[in-house]
Design a protein around this ligand. Structure first.
Ligand SMILES: Nc1nc2c(ncn2[C@@H]2O[C@H](COP(=O)(O)OP(=O)(O)OP(=O)(O)O)[C@@H](O)[C@H]2O)c(=O)[nH]1
Ligand SMILES: [Mg+2]
Length: 195
């Protein structure tokens, strides 16, 4: 297994708290409980670095992680967690909009999706944030361990159609058994402009 260094930098609610770094950045976005933090952990072969909390919907800030001294992974707040009021992407727009508009080194978005579910309007809103600033998007369809291979193909096709993205931008992966993780890491590093 490849070794990857991951270091938590900080959490930020506003621009003045973004890390003072020029490294390329990739934002990880997706529904609460989709598997964003798990994915950041599996991409770096770690178990617990990226968990800011076990309670779904707890991560309300942008959490910055430096990987291999080469790239920063930004863990975005999960959306759509309905308990004590539904939280949509839009309720995070104070945090997200400045980041998308002003963060010069932002190179792409990894939209983390549950491979078993059709993307919803919040996922579409999120992808629109990226499109508005011409950011490339990779769809990381995790939890594929819950699906048979033929179900995965069907699901990925539906996800691509719903999000209107190319099949080459969608990856089936599992944080549980590590299927697809190495390929996904390669694609993400390529998007960040590093090999
Ligand atoms: N079977 C399976 N379970 C997964 C996978 N990825 C994540 N999970 C589980 O899904 C749950 C949510 O994972 P998290 O990584 O905390 O999700 P998150 O997107 O960071 O959630 P928030 O921080 O609340 O937005 C956890 O119980 C994980 O163990 C996967 O690939 N397969
Ligand atoms: Mg998380």
């Amino acid at each position: 297994m490849e070794y990857h260094e991951i270091r938590f930098l900080n959490s930020a609610a506003k621009a003045s708290q973004w890390p003072d770094s020029e490294l390329p950045e990739i934002i990880f976005a997706g529904r609460s409980n989709a598997g964003k933090s798990s994915l950041i952990n599996s991409l770096t072969n770690r178990k617990n670095v990226a968990y800011a909390g076990k309670t779904p919907g707890k991560t309300k800030l942008l959490n910055f992680f430096e990987v291999d001294g080469k790239v920063i992974f930004t863990d975005a707040p999960g959306y759509g967690y309905a308990s004590g009021g539904t939280r949509s992407v839009l309720s995070f727009s104070d945090i997200l909009e400045p980041y998308f508009n002003e963060r010069k080194q932002l190179k792409g978005m990894v939209l983390v999706l549950d491979a078993r579910r059709i993307p919803n309007s919040d996922d579409l809103t999120m992808i629109e944030f990226a499109r508005a600033v011409h950011l490339p998007v990779i769809a990381a369809c995790v939890k594929c361990d819950k699906l048979s291979y033929s179900q995965q193909l069907k699901s990925i096709k539906q996800i691509c159609e719903t999000l209107n993205i190319a099949k080459s931008s969608a990856y089936a992966a599992s944080n549980l058994n590590r299927t697809g993780i190495d390929k996904l890491r390669e694609a993400i590093f390529r998007m960040a402009g590093i090999e």
